[in-house]
Ligand binder design. Structure first.
Ligand code: NAD
Length: 300
């Protein structure tokens, strides 16, 4: 194996330490405790795990965690009223509505009802526009985590060829905007891209956000390229026993690692960065709300 492994677990621990240090300073010097409100509608098991982890890590960083768990049949009116209440609560600096929402609720409407200054997921249309025009915004957590790892590894990204595979609003598109902001030459590839292997072979940086297990093999990777694997896919693992499974990324790790200069593993790469960046966004939102200097290195 040639590639350097980019350790997202260790990196995210450093981000969380930085967040905790800044939270302690906000408390000591200004008497302010950043607060993150998470709203969960329904009982989706994966969402319940995410929300529990977010709450735990928020508290570990010294911040207030406010959880609102609503029944699956909650009306849009009730949910919008809660968001409005949180928008007007000075103790709440970040608001996250856990997605997906039950089908009867309009996700766009709900997300766009969050105060953009408190939109720590960075999905509000205003933040999307601000990011797209290179202005100060709240940046979506997963692409922000990828950018932090790339900056840490490369120092300067200017002029590098970057290919983002996937064009979702949550990962692919904001990732491409961030790379453009750092002066990469960016290609967004997707399900209709012609000759994807050829497109990927040109890249100094490959960010794979597709949701297809081990789709990108090593022979698509330019020697020495950096591979950021966002995908989280559960596949059967009969070698571990009957009915067992394991997590893999969108890239075939072993073959990509033979060729790449650096690569994020799955699990332990991008995944742990996402919640760390959510905490970072909450501190950033809190500093902005109070007219205080933002900590260095916690946003784009
Ligand atoms: P999505 O389904 O919204 O988007 C997938 C994208 O992949 C689409 O834009 C589609 O055009 C593209 N695509 C599909 N098939 C393709 C193909 N054959 N070739 C090229 N492109 C193709 O998914 P998403 O929400 O962006 O998530 C992508 C992956 O990232 C998933 O595995 C998800 O679990 C993972 N994810 C991880 C984190 C994390 O914290 N690490 C966060 C969000 C998403």
């Amino acid at each position: 194996m040639a590639a350097q492994i980019i350790d997202g677990k260790a990196f995210s621990a450093r981000i969380r330490d930085k967040v905790a240090t800044h939270v302690a300073r906000l408390k000591d010097e200004h008497g302010i405790t950043p607060g993150l409100a998470v709203v969960l509608v329904g009982e989706d098991p994966a969402s319940q795990v995410y929300v529990r982890n977010k709450g735990k890590q928020t508290v570990e960083a010294g911040m207030n965690s406010i959880e609102h768990k609503l029944a699956a049949d909650t009306s849009e009116e009730t949910l919008l009223a809660l968001v409005d209440k949180l928008n007007n609560d000075e103790q709440v600096h970040g608001i996250l509505v856990q997605l997906p929402l039950p089908k009867h609720l309009d996700e766009d409407l709900v997300i766009n009802s969050i105060d953009p200054a408190k939109d720590v997921d960075g999905f509000h249309i205003s933040n999307v526009g601000l990011l797209g025009t290179g202005q100060k915004s709240m940046v979506p957590c997963t692409p922000l985590g990828c950018l932090m790892m790339l900056r840490d590894h490369h120092g300067n990204l200017s002029g590098l060829d970057a290919v983002v595979i996937g064009r979702s609003n949550i990962v692919g598109k904001p990732m491409a905007q961030l790379l453009l902001g750092d002066s990469c030459t960016v290609t967004i590839a997707h399900s209709r891209t012609k000759d994807l292997p050829d497109v990927v072979r040109r890249a100094d940086i490959v960010v794979a956000a597709v949701g297809r297990p081990e789709m990108v093999p090593g022979d698509w990777i330019k020697p020495g390229a950096t591979v950021i694997d966002v995908g989280i896919n559960r596949i059967e693992a009969p070698e571990k026993g009957e009915g067992k499974s394991r997590l893999v990324g969108d890239c075939h790790f072993e073959s990509c690692a033979e060729v790449a200069g650096a690569i994020t593993p799955v699990p332990g790469g991008v995944g742990p960065m996402t919640i760390a960046c959510l905490l970072a966004n909450t501190v950033t939102a809190c500093c902005r709300a109070n007219g205080l200097a933002e900590p260095d290195g916690l946003t784009a």
